[in-house]
Design a protein around this ligand. Structure first.
Ligand SMILES: [Zn+2]
Length: 240
């Protein structure tokens, strides 16, 4: 009798274990169907020889697009991407551009004319206010981050924009700083996180970590940058 109870209990645990494994596999399969960002990022970091063939180069805005891609490299994580460290309930709110270089050497430039702010406690970030070129009368923002070394002690933001900078006019293409690896407690690899942020009713920028507070950068950059469109890399201008 005791033996039978033990076997039954054991079978229940095996069932629970298999169910959990199955859920994990199903979730991974589902996430993979929504993005193709992980394989090129893995290639980028594991095999340096592949980097030139994965790189999108910044030269000029794409035809019929107002914004300049603010840095060169692999456009890895995309807009709305559920790939780790994000997931289907907390998707990536911008694009990650992985530069080919060492921390502090890969330039980042302003995507469009606007007015730059750097808050007092921002080690690695700047934000620029713009008149939306695609919707007249709307104010939007472009946000640039990870511009510091991995520990956050050395900032790679250009010396022209110290903490507490307010509303300084910058032209499209103006050097803002250099790519870094600072991501708080996360090991993120060298890249720029770039997002387009909406204004709140008072005209201030919203919390850019929330997808709903941001805009799809595809029409602004003239590139297919939505994760669920599964673009192959490198991503180039879609209308040339
Ligand atoms: Zn990012």
């Amino acid at each position: 009798m005791l033996q039978r109870t033990r076997i039954r209990r054991w079978l229940v645990w095996v069932g629970v274990g298999l169910g959990m494994c199955g859920s994990v596999v199903a979730y991974q399969w589902y996430t993979r169907s929504l993005t193709n960002s992980i394989p090129p990022i893995r290639e980028w970091f594991q095999n340096g020889a592949t980097r030139p063939s994965l790189t999108t180069q910044t030269n000029a805005p794409c035809p019929n697009a107002p914004f300049l891609l603010p840095s060169s490299g692999l456009i890895g994580l995309l807009y709305g991407d559920p790939a780790a460290p994000y997931h289907v309930l907390r998707r990536h709110s911008g694009i990650d551009i992985f530069g080919n270089g060492t921390p502090g050497t890969v330039p980042i430039v302003a995507a469009y004319n606007g007015y730059l702010t750097r808050e007092a406690d921002w080690k690695s970030s700047v934000i620029i206010r713009h008149d939306d070129p695609l919707q007249v009368g709307r104010t939007i923002w472009t946000y640039y981050t990870h511009m510091a070394d991995v520990s956050g002690t050395t900032s790679f933001v250009h010396a022209d924009f110290p903490p507490n900078t307010r509303e300084v006019f910058v032209e499209q293409g103006r050097l803002l700083g250099y790519q870094g690896e600072y991501g708080g407690n996360l090991r993120i690899g060298l890249h720029l996180h770039f997002s387009i942020v909406k204004s709140d009713p008072q005209g201030a920028y919203m919390n850019e970590t929330v997808l709903a507070n941001t805009l799809d950068p595809s029409p602004y950059l003239g590139m297919q940058l939505q994760a669920n469109r599964l673009p192959s890399r490198p991503i180039n201008c879609q209308n040339t």
